[in-house]
Design a protein around this ligand. Structure first.
Ligand SMILES: C[S@@+](CC[C@H](N)C(=O)[O-])C[C@H]1O[C@@H](n2cnc3c(N)ncnc32)[C@H](O)[C@@H]1O
Length: 275
């Protein structure tokens, strides 16, 4: 499977096998409305038409640079050795082109604690930890991933729009996949967060859309209230190990769609349907 070069907080790569049945709904266009690190797009079955979107324009610039300038991006990766001084310079630089912005996204993502783009460098400013700023910077492996991703991105539309434009754009046989920032705590992880009003606006747009959609959220009262009257809710849980705690924690999410998946398949994946 092709892997995204980004270590994205909230990435879905470890739970992609839970999504299989949602991709089986007939569609000829796939829209990833909150693409983030892109682990879902790179891990799902291919589709004839694709549109990737993220409101963070430097995330979109990273996907555009992988699609259009993979060799230039690899040259920048190969010639860079991360240090705290360079991290400070790159973070504060004024940039113009998609390639420059895309490289900054990759550099900060791979040198920042847990890939949180607004966070501190791995190992701290003092670099006193056993993990140093360059511990996740493997230029050869990164370039291999960039080239594979670039092949998959040929012909793909990439934008940095608010979710409303992507949902409201007409189309035939469209499947929207949405992985918004978590209702709780999502705003700590991303440069672009969402308010309560944004979550309500999203739910209203999805209620009206003619497209099929599948959304993943944190399982909480506020989200249930927005969807339970009119959509299908599939609670899902799994164990994951967190980077700063030794114990395994339980991840609890809601998968929500405006189409039904087979009950039997849902049970096999440990998902219980509600609506
Ligand atoms: C949970 S992350 C997506 C993670 C992704 N599924 C992955 O596997 O890496 C949510 C993303 O939504 C983006 N975002 C926040 N507000 C947005 C908006 N109004 N419209 C579109 N994207 C937005 C953030 O920049 C962030 O990258």
């Amino acid at each position: 499977m092709v892997k995204s070069p980004l270590r994205y907080p909230g990435a879905k790569k470890k739970v992609l096998n839970r999504f299989t049945q949602f991709w089986e709904v007939p569609h000829v266009e796939y829209r990833d409305v909150f693409v983030g690190g892109g682990s879902t797009f790179f891990g799902k079955p291919e589709c004839p038409r694709n549109w990737l979107n993220d409101y963070d324009e430097e995330i979109a610039a990273f996907f555009i640079s992988m699609r259009d300038y993979p060799e230039e991006l690899c040259n920048l990766v190969m010639s860079t050795k991360p240090t705290v001084e360079l991290w400070r310079q790159i973070k504060d630089r004024d940039l113009n082109t998609d390639l420059e912005k895309g490289f900054r996204t990759l550099f900060l993502n791979r040198t920042t604690f847990s890939g949180i783009l607004k966070g501190n460098p791995i190992g701290g400013i003092e670099q006193k930890s056993k993990y140093t700023i360059d511990c996740r910077w493997n230029p050869v492996a990164l370039c291999e991933q960039i080239r594979l991703c670039s092949e998959m991105l040929q012909g793909v539309t990439i934008t940095a729009l608010d979710f409303s434009s992507v949902i409201q754009e007409a189309g035939e046989n469209v499947l929207l996949y949405l992985d918004p920032p978590y209702y709780h705590k999502g705003n700590l992880l991303y440069r672009q967060g969402m308010t309560h009003e944004d979550h309500v606006r999203l739910s209203d747009l999805l209620k009206d859309t003619e497209h099929k959609f599948f959304i993943t959220y944190d399982d909480c009262e506020e989200v249930r209230e927005l969807y339970q009257e009119w959509a299908y809710l599939y609670p899902a849980s799994w164990f994951y190990s967190s980077s700063n705690k030794k114990a395994r924690e339980v991840g609890k999410e809601l998968f929500i769609s405006n189409f039904m998946i087979s009950e039997q398949i849902a049970c096999n994946f440990g998902i219980g349907g509600e609506n």
